[in-house]
Design a protein around this ligand. Sequence first.
Ligand SMILES: [Zn+2]
Length: 73
Amino acid sequence: MATKNKIWNKTKSVMAAGWCNVCKKEMLSDAGGWIVNAEKKHFCHDGKDGSCFDKYIKEKQLMAEDATYEKEI
Ligand SMILES: [Zn+2]
């Protein structure tokens, strides 16, 4: 499987590789401080209210709790 695309090596300029799933901040390909979860979603460490990944996890937990309540009805 040698299908490397040379376009990626064309420039050394920084390009956006994605966006934070929570605050929609641009993720730059050469910048650190990003978290990628198992779903390939990106999160920044340094969002408006701290880590966006922590925020996402908390929201997920709340959703999971809601789902549990529904099941218990
Ligand atoms: Zn963020």
